[in-house]
Design a protein around this ligand. Structure first.
Ligand SMILES: NC(=O)c1ccc[n+]([C@@H]2O[C@H](COP(=O)([O-])OP(=O)(O)OC[C@H]3O[C@@H](n4cnc5c(N)ncnc54)[C@H](OP(=O)(O)O)[C@@H]3O)[C@@H](O)[C@H]2O)c1
Length: 273
C-alpha cells in the first residue's frame, strides 16, 4: 500500500521535541517472531486516558484528554505503523482523520474501521481520498448495497463470516494485504476485543493528571468480563516516562494471566491487604 505524495489540508501538530519512541528490544524481538510466523500484523494499542482509566466523558466528549506533547507522540506512533484502526463508535463520535500530521513527516498508514453493518458515511474524514489505503471491516450482515457503494468510492471492504468481524478473521487478511504493523486507537470496545482475544502485543497508554470519576464514562479497554484477578491479562511494563504534562505507560502483553503466587504473606493489620 504505497503512500502518495498528496497531503491532506490539516493543521500539523508541532514536532514532539521528545526522544524517539524506541521500541524496547523485547518488543522488537516479539514483533520479528510474530512476523516470521506470518500469521498477523504486530498489534499495538494506543489510548489517551485519565488517571481513572477513562477515555471520554459519559456523553462521549474526549478532546483533548492529554496535552500537545502526548498528541504529537501519538502522531509519531501512527507514522511508524503500516495501518491505524478504530471502531465505528469512534468514527461516529469523533470523525477522526487518522492521518499523520507532523511537520516533516510524509507517512500514509492505511486507515481501517471496524464497522459490522457499514454505518460509516462517505463524508467520514477517515475515508478521505489522500492516497492512503482505506479499509472497512464489516460483518456478514452488512447490506450489500452499502458494501458496493463503499467499494465504488475506492474503499476496500473485507466482509467477515460472523455478525461482528473478529480479530482472528481479519488480522490474517490484513497481513495478506501487506500490513506488518497495526496501531489500534480504540475506542474502549475495540481495545477490549483485542485484549480479550489475546491479539494485542503492546500498549502505549498516555495518562493525563485528570479524573472523570463517572461509572458511565467509557474506560480505555472496555468490559473484559473477567471473574477473578487470576484471569486478568498481564503486561510487562517499561519504566514510566513523562511526556509534557502527561505520563506514558508502555508495556508488552504477556499473553496469558500470571500464575497466582503459591502463598501470599498476610499483613496482620489488614488481613492481606
Ligand atoms: N481518548 C482516546 O484515546 C480515545 C480513542 C478513541 C475513542 N475515544 C472515545 O471512545 C468513544 C468510542 O468508543 P466506543 O467503545 O463506544 O466505540 P469503538 O470501540 O470506537 O467502536 C465500537 C463499535 O465498533 C464496532 N465493532 C465492529 N467489530 C467489532 C469488534 N470485533 N469488537 C468491538 N467492536 C466492534 C461495533 O459497532 P457495530 O456492531 O455497529 O460494528 C462497536 O459498537 C468515543 O467517546 C470516543 O471519543 C477515545
Amino acid at each position: 500500500m504505497p503512500p502518495s505524495s498528496d497531503s491532506l489540508a490539516e493543521s500539523p501538530v508541532k514536532s514532539p521535541g521528545e526522544a524517539p519512541l524506541d521500541l524496547p528490544s523485547a518488543a522488537t524481538e516479539r514483533a520479528r517472531a510474530k512476523l516470521a510466523a506470518g500469521g498477523r500484523p504486530y498489534v499495538t494499542l494506543k489510548a489517551a486516558a485519565t488517571l481513572d482509566g477513562k477515555i471520554a466523558m459519559a456523553d462521549g466528549e474526549s478532546r483533548w484528554i492529554t496535552g500537545e506533547a502526548a498528541r504529537a507522540l501519538a502522531h509519531d506512533l501512527r507514522a511508524r505503523h503500516d495501518g491505524v484502526l478504530v471502531g465505528i463508535g469512534t468514527v461516529l463520535r469523533d470523525d477522526p482523520a487518522l492521518t499523520v500530521r507532523l511537520e516533516g513527516m510524509n507517512a500514509r498508514p492505511a486507515r481501517i474501521v471496524l464497522d459490522s453493518t457499514c454505518r460509516i458515511t462517505r463524508e467520514a474524514r477517515v475515508l478521505a481520498g489522500d492516497g492512503a489505503a482505506r479499509i472497512v471491516v464489516a460483518g456478514e450482515g452488512a447490506p450489500p448495497a452499502a458494501v458496493e457503494a463503499l467499494r465504488g468510492a475506492g474503499v476496500t471492504v473485507f466482509v467477515a463470516d460472523t455478525p461482528r468481524p473478529r480479530p482472528a478473521a481479519f488480522l490474517p487478511w490484513l497481513r495478506e494485504q501487506g500490513l506488518e504493523t497495526l496501531l489500534v486507537e480504540g475506542g474502549g470496545q475495540v481495545h477490549g476485543e483485542f485484549i480479550a482475544n489475546s491479539e494485542a502485543d503492546e500498549l502505549f497508554l498516555f495518562l493525563a493528571g485528570r479524573l472523570i470519576g463517572d461509572a458511565e464514562a467509557p474506560a480505555w479497554c472496555g468490559p473484559l468480563g473477567l471473574k477473578s484477578l487470576s484471569e486478568t491479562p498481564r503486561l510487562k511494563l517499561s519504566p514510566p516516562r513523562r511526556v509534557g504534562e502527561d505520563i506514558l505507560v508502555h508495556g508488552t502483553f504477556g499473553g496469558r494471566p500470571a500464575e497466582a503466587p503459591a502463598e501470599t504473606p498476610k499483613n496482620p493489620r489488614t488481613g492481606g491487604r
